[in-house]
Design a protein around this ligand. Structure first.
Ligand code: NAD
Length: 325
C-alpha cells in the first residue's frame, strides 16, 4: 500500500481518486482536515476498503510512526501543506509550522522507520515530495520557462516555506540515503479546487454575476496545468524517477491572469446554454481551453459542493472577526 498525506485537499484528493481508479493498491490517507481539507472530495470512496482515512498532522511523529509500523507503505506521496499564497502573507507562521517543521518531522520519522526495514524493502521504498515551481520565483512576460537548475528565489512566505521543505528532502537523500523524489509543479486547476484560488473564484463569481477582482493590471504570468495531468506526472516520477532528483511538471501553457479571466468568461458563456452536454468532460487535457471548459462544467454541476465549502469559508472568516472584536 501507499501512504498519501494531504489527500483530502485539491490535488491530493484527485490523486487518491485517480490512483484507486487506475491501480487499486490500497491508500492510507493522512490529513489534518484544515480549512482546505474536505472529506466531501472523497465521497466516491465511501465504503471502499482500499481507502483508509486518518485525521492527523504530518508533524505528529508518534502518529506517523505508528502508521508506518502498522501499514508498511512501499511509498509515501507528500501533498500535505499550507498552500495559499495570500494566506501566507497574512499569517506566515502556519506555513512554517506545516511546510517546514511538519515536513521535517515527517521525513525524520520516515527515515527512522525506513532504517528498520529489510534491505530489499529499503531499496524499493520511495518518498515523493510534491512541491511548487513558485520556489523559483516569478516569470516576466518574456522570460523562459523554469528548469530544474533554475536557482531558488522564493518571493512569498508560502514559496519560502516550500523551498525550505525541498532542501530538507534533498538533504535527507544526500546525508542518509533516503530514496526521495521531488516534483515542482506549476499552477494547477480542475475539479475540487478550493474557491479562493484564481480559477474557481473567477468561475463562481462569473456564474453568480459577481465582480471579477484582478490584481494590478492582470499582467502576472503563470503556467497552468490540469490537475489530472499533474497527477499523471507524479505517477510517472514515482515509477521511473531517479533517486534524489527533482522534476519540474508544467503545462507549457503560460498565461497572464487577465487572459485566464477572459478564457473563463468564454468557457462560462459557451457552457451556460449547453449545460446538458456531457461531451465536455473526460479525456486528456493537453489543450487548456478543453481543460478549462471541463472544469467550468464541473463547478456548474457541483454547486452543492461549492456552497458547502463557501459556507465553511464564511464561517471561518466570521469566527476570526468575532475573535478580533
Ligand atoms: P490544498 O490546500 O488544497 O490541500 C492541502 C491538504 O493538506 C488539505 O487537505 C489539508 O487539510 C492538508 N494539511 C494541511 N496541513 C496539514 C498537516 N499539518 N498535516 C496533515 N495534513 C495537512 O493544497 P493543494 O492545492 O492540493 O496542494 C497540494 C500540494 O501540492 C501542496 O504541497 C502544494 O504546495 C503543492 N502544489 C500545489 C499547486 C497548486 O496549484 N495548487 C501547484 C504546485 C504544487
Amino acid at each position: 500500500m501507499i501512504l498519501v498525506t494531504g489527500g483530502a485537499g485539491f490535488i491530493g484528493a484527485n490523486f487518491v481518486l485517480d490512483w484507486l481508479l487506475a491501480d487499486g493498491e490500497p491508500v492510507v490517507n493522512l490529513d489534518k482536515l484544515t480549512y482546505a481539507g474536505n472529506l466531501g472530495n472523497l465521497t466516491a470512496l465511501r465504503g471502499d476498503a482500499r481507502h483508509i482515512f486518518v485525521r492527523g498532522d504530518i508533524g505528529d511523529r508518534g502518529l506517523v510512526t505508528s502508521l508506518l509500523i502498522q501499514h508498511r507503505p512501499r511509498a509515501i506521496v507528500n501533498f500535505a501543506a499550507e498552500s495559499h499564497v495570500d494566506r501566507s502573507i497574512h499569517g506566515p507562521a502556519a506555513f512554517v509550522e506545516t511546510n517546514v517543521v511538519g515536513t521535517f518531522a515527517l521525513i525524520d520519522a520516515v527515515r527512522a522507520w525506513w532504517l528498520t526495514q529489510p534491505p530489499s524493502d529499503r531499496l524499493s521504498f520511495r518518498f515523493l515530495h510534491v512541491s511548487t515551481d513558485e520556489v523559483y520565483g516569478s516569470l516576466g512576460p518574456h522570460d523562459r520557462a523554469f528548469t530544474e537548475t533554475t536557482p531558488y528565489a522564493p518571493n512569498s512566505p508560502y514559496s519560502a516555506s516550500k523551498a525550505a521543505s525541498d532542501h530538507f528532502v534533498r538533504a535527507y537523500h544526500h546525508t542518509y540515503g533516503l530514496p526521495v523524489l521531488t516534483t515542482n509543479c506549476s499552477n494547477n486547476y480542475g475539479p475540487r479546487q478550493f474557491p479562493e484560488k484564481l480559477i474557481p473564484l473567477m468561475l463562481l463569481n462569473a456564474l453568480d454575476g459577481r465582480r471579477l477582482p484582478v490584481y494590478g493590471d492582470g499582467g502576472n504570468v503563470r503556467d497552468w496545468l490540469h490537475v489530472e495531468d499533474h497527477c499523471a506526472g507524479i505517477l510517472l516520477v514515482l515509477a521511473k524517477g531517479r533517486l534524489g532528483e527533482k522534476y519540474n511538471i508544467g503545462g507549457g501553457n503560460e498565461r497572464t491572469n487577465l487572459e485566464i479571466v477572459d478564457r473563463i468568461c468564454d468557457a462560462i458563456e459557451a457552457l451556460r446554454p449547453a449545460q446538458q452536454n456531457p461531451s465536455l468532460t473526460g479525456g486528456g487535457y493537453r489543450d487548456f481551453e478543453e481543460g478549462l471548459a471541463s472544469t467550468a462544467n464541473w463547478y456548474v454541476n457541483n454547486r452543492t459542493w461549492c456552497q458547502r465549502v463557501q459556507a465553511g469559508y464564511n464561517r471561518e472568516r466570521l469566527g476570526k472577526l468575532e475573535v478580533r472584536s
